[in-house]
Design a protein around this ligand. Structure first.
Ligand code: SF4
Length: 331
């Protein structure tokens, strides 16, 4: 996959969703309240092509394969035209695991879809049920396996702090999807938006959101588990535009959540093994110098220096993560 392709994001809020998950507020978190028609999509693509000419088209915000097949065809037909002209390289879709089967995988494959992101959220049935996802962990497994067999690049969305979740269930979810061989992952902390059932659950005392610290703790461990297995973590934390942050009423939101989680993981690993010499490529400096890490690590006698590659007392990045996962978890 060409990592440098620019993305034409197409938000289809709640499109194809037969369930309303307790935490989800597509309108409040994206600001997109209207679903784009295939005709409008063509117009948007033309506008994007004025600035560059190599794109990936990505459908977000709903359950693409939950739409009726004719609507899916209409959207994909619009994109095909631009693929044939060479402007768009391929399509990415987001969907739910229970809307994937062999037929739909074959259909997507024939219609230029190369990347499928699945809302897995958790691999624990109790958590999925309490979040009213309407599917089980087994559906997640089945969908991932089908998509891998059909040769898609498979991405998963995982969440920390859903109702009934624990540190154990969240980290175990990361391990299961990593073992299934997914290619990419996004980890989102559960945030409470006003217009959701989760908000009403919280008001009734049935749900307590994680603190920022707790969420970072879980996310950092999940990150280690995923990256140790070669899963590319492409997003940590939910992106909520500044003007929409007023819709978040509770939960571990921080605009730099991703950076903080990375810094938190580095701190955990270095202190866990009492590492004294850390070297890192310059572009990763913030992992060691930000969010209180520099002071804490220097106070613990850790020497920090830029270098071409990572070294943790001589061990490389993947090596130290895998050692951490092995010693930290009993699986
Ligand atoms: S989380 Fe996904 S499946 Fe659930 S309501 Fe939101 S968009 Fe639909």
């Amino acid at each position: 996959m060409n990592e440098r392709l620019k993305i034409i994001p197409v938000f289809l809020p709640y499109a194809g969703c037969r369930h309303r998950c307790v935490f989800c507020d597509q309108f409040g978190s994206t600001g997109v309240s209207k679903r784009l028609s295939p005709k409008e999509l063509d117009k948007i693509i033309r506008e994007y092509l004025e600035t560059s000419d190599e794109y990936e088209a990505a459908f977000y915000g709903g359950t693409f394969t939950g739409l009726d097949i004719e609507t899916q065809k209409e959207y994909l037909k619009v994109i095909k035209k631009w693929i044939e002209k060479g402007n768009i390289k391929y399509v990415r879709i987001s969907t739910r695991p229970d809307e994937i089967d062999e037929n739909i995988a074959g259909f997507l494959r024939k219609n230029d879809v190369k990347v499928v992101e699945i809302g897995v959220q958790s691999m624990n049935d109790k958590v999925l049920e309490a979040s009213k996802r309407g599917h089980a962990a087994e559906d997640n497994k089945r969908a991932i396996k089908i998509l891998k067999n059909y040769g898609f690049i498979v991405g998963v969305h995982l969440m920390t702090g859903l109702p009934e979740s624990t540190c154990e269930s969240d980290t175990r979810s990361a391990k299961i999807v990593a073992d299934l061989g997914v290619d990419t992952a996004r980890i989102h902390p559960t945030l409470v938006f006003k217009n959701t059932e989760l908000y009403r659950m919280m008001e009734k005392g049935e749900y307590i959101p994680l603190t920022l610290q707790e969420s970072l703790e879980r996310t950092a461990d999940m990150l280690a588990i995923l990256e140790c297995k070669g899963v590319k973590v492409i997003r940590l934390g939910l992106h909520v535009p500044v003007e929409l942050r007023k819709n978040i009423v509770a939960g571990p939101f921080h605009p730099s959540f991703g950076d903080m989680a990375r810094a938190y993981l580095m701190r955990k690993v270095v202190l866990f093994f009492d590492i004294k010499n850390v070297q890192f490529p310059g572009r990763y400096q913030s992992w060691f110098y930000s969010h209180g890490n520099k002071e804490l690590l220097l106070k613990n006698g850790v020497s920090l220096s830029p270098a071409e590659d990572f070294s943790f007392d001589g061990m490389d990045y993947e090596g130290i993560l895998c050692k951490y996962v092995k010693e930290r978890f009993s699986w």
